[in-house]
Design a protein around this ligand. Structure first.
Ligand code: EPS
Length: 386
């Protein structure tokens, strides 16, 4: 199952095409729209989120609420387009009063993208490099999420820290125990009420100072069968696949599986998870590995933590070079978010969902849901009789 997106931040719309989707999968537009709304939420978002109300339009691949085995095309309209029709027109010439973007923001794609593509207007770059593109990803990921839900797999996320404010430390076992409602009701997607309030205060402070803030978030996937992925080829280890998927999200600078870097500080006996037989299932008495052993799912919850850098657009801008005059100037101030960590967490849920959906498809087939389910049933049956 693959997706590709197209669309600029201030173009008419964002498009996603998802291929390799099995036939017979029920899809709810409401579920996708709920995810789009979750991506738009979070304390610290900027003016753009007040303009947009992201909803999906499906134009192919689904009939009477079920996939038919053909590519699925999804679009999300940009309401802001009406303010940009001249400046972002596909054809014709640039308006006479067009202001080119020539003061690249440190940390954004502006400068390197302009150098690479031989343009004198960083807008050509920033329109696509804008994290607005992640709305299309979330729409596409809705299909992967429906597929996983049909197989009893749930993927959720929560924010662990913003700037230097973090929720109370927890074990990897705790990570799988949060109540979804506590997360969804928090303006920071953080199940810890005290931490939510402290994060909001940190965002207010950052806003007053013209600053932006990054943070970390955790993805938890439950209901997985053991043995997804492989130990046999490096690129196909689920660790590689999920790592690559998370690093594909703009601003993601670090990914940790389970205990992550903490595992490097501990001796082996305090890292590895003892194996126990519970009924017919092999379980682990802890989950420091975060649900992956040897590049495969262990059957325990998958737990991945990712770090997002602060958004590069600063209302107190850093120094840059004007590409027309080569003079030192302040970087441009696009309207922006102070903090988008909760949004990034929702995007990351979708990326992990795609990686997991593909692991299922590789193990159990890709043509229709009935065959995939039968194949999973047989696999589970075999595991029970080992
Ligand atoms: C975003 C839309 C963007 C930004 C943000 C994410 O709107 P615009 O392109 O009008 O600035 O609010 O993107 C960034 C912060 C960034 O640096 O790219 C969205 O829909 O999530």
């Amino acid at each position: 199952m693959e997706y590709i997106t197209a669309g600029e931040s201030h173009g008419p719309n964002l498009t996603a095409i998802v291929t390799g989707v099995p036939a017979g999968l029920p899809v709810s537009v409401d579920h996708i729209n709920t995810d789009l709304a979750r991506r738009q939420a979070g304390y610290g978002r900027g003016g753009r989120m007040a303009i947009e109300k992201d909803t999906v339009t499906v134009t192919s691949g689904i009939r009477f609420g079920r996939t038919i085995g053909s590519p699925i095309a999804l679009t999300v309209a940009n309401r802001d387009w009406e303010n940009w029709t001249g400046r972002m027109a596909a054809f014709g010439s640039a308006p006479g009063d067009l202001v080119r973007e020539v003061t690249p923001r440190p940390g954004h794609a502006d400068l390197v993208g302009a150098l690479r593509t031989n343009t004198d207007d960083c807008r050509n770059i920033l329109e696509r490099a804008s994290a607005r593109e992640t709305a299309a990803r979330v729409a596409a990921a809705g299909i992967a999420r429906e597929f996983l839900a049909e197989l009893g797999v749930d993927v959720m996320s929560y924010v662990v820290s913003v700037g230097d404010v973090a929720m109370a430390p927890e074990t990897m076992a705790d990570a799988a125990e949060h109540k979804p409602l506590d997360i969804e009701l928090s303006e920071m997607r953080c199940p810890d009420k005290k931490a939510t309030a402290a994060m909001k205060r940190a965002i207010d402070k950052a806003k007053d100072a013209g600053e932006s803030l990054g943070g970390t978030f955790r993805i938890v996937a439950t209901g997985l069968v053991p043995g997804l992925g492989t130990y046999a080829t490096g690129a196909d280890r689920l660790t590689s696949r999920i790592g690559a998927a998370l690093f594909s999200i703009p601003a993601i600078k670090g990914v940790e599986f389970g205990l992550g870097f903490e595992a490097a500080r501990r001796p082996g006996s305090q890292v590895h998870d003892p194996i126990r037989l519970e009924g017919c299932d092999f379980i682990r008495t802890s989950n420091n590995a975060g649900g992956l052993e040897g590049g495969m799912t262990s059957g325990m919850p998958l737990i991945v933590t990712a770090a997002m850098k602060p958004i590069p657009t600063l209302m107190q801008p850093l120094e840059t070079v004007n590409l027309d005059t080569l003079d030192v100037e302040e970087a441009s101030k696009e309207r922006s978010d102070v903090c988008a960590v909760p949004a990034a967490a929702v995007v990351a849920e979708g990326e992990v969902a795609f990686a997991l959906a593909n692991a299922y498809i590789e193990a159990f087939g890709c043509t229709c849901m009935a065959d995939i389910k039968a194949s999973i049933k047989a696999y589970k049956q075999r595991l029970r009789t080992m």
